[in-house]
Design a protein around this ligand. Structure first.
Ligand code: IMP
Length: 193
């Protein structure tokens, strides 16, 4: 039985398929012919992840999981949080998002922040939530060219470099997404396909 991952991001698909070692067939939205604008109207990561997964179950009949990630900055009261992708506007511009965060935090000494990922799974009539987080701090300027999103301004706790200065393997070992995906994979790997 297929399980839909409510994404068309090839990297995310590849990552989870590798971790499941072929035990379950994971397909993308494009694979099931879904080109809908899936609603994400909730004000929490968990809410959005469940809204997406339930939408696929209801409209397409497949078991499904969906993820949502946000950067939560203590001094900004948890912002950008669930609005991380569109913090500086609808065009989801990472540079503009980082600039907005840096401007808002100018002169601010509390740099504490965390990335948090929620993965919602609708599976065999039940719902499950898998979470991951990584704590760190917001740098005062961009460092490094790798990664995506807010990586150049986030330094994970216990490291001297930003996410954008780490290899993808090193980042995945400690990241919010890595942790949530490992928890999902551990659950599915204990269940017969
Ligand atoms: P999504 O839920 O995976 O689409 O993530 C939402 C937004 O959070 C992205 O558009 C990025 O701005 C940010 N984001 C998510 N994961 C990361 C990460 O690992 N590094 C930096 N930014 C991230």
């Amino acid at each position: 039985m297929k399980i839909v991952f409510a994404t068309n991001n090839k990297h995310k698909l590849e990552e989870i398929r590798r971790m499941l070692a072929g035990k379950h067939e994971i397909v993308s939205l494009a694979d099931i012919g879904c080109h809908d604008e899936i609603p994400e109207e909730q004000d929490t990561l968990e809410g959005n992840a469940f809204q997406k997964a339930r939408y696929i179950k209801e409209h397409y009949g497949y078991d499904c999981f969906a993820d949502d990630t946000g950067l939560e900055i203590e001094a900004l009261g948890g912002r950008p949080g669930v609005y991380s992708a569109r913090y500086a506007g609808e065009d989801k511009d990472s540079e503009a998002n980082m600039q907005k965060v840096l401007a808002e935090m100018q002169g601010c000494d509390n740099r504490r922040a965390r990335f948090r990922t929620a993965i919602a799974l609708v599976f065999r009539g039940e719902e499950h939530l898998f979470e991951g987080e990584v704590r760190g701090e917001i740098l005062r300027e961009r460092h490094g060219e790798g990664g995506f999103g807010y990586d150049p301004i986030f330094r994970p706790e216990g490291f001297s470099v930003s996410f954008a200065e780490m290899s993808l393997d090193d980042k995945n070992r400690i990241s919010h997404r890595g942790e949530a995906v490992r928890r999902l994979a551990a659950f599915l790997n204990h269940i017969d396909a």
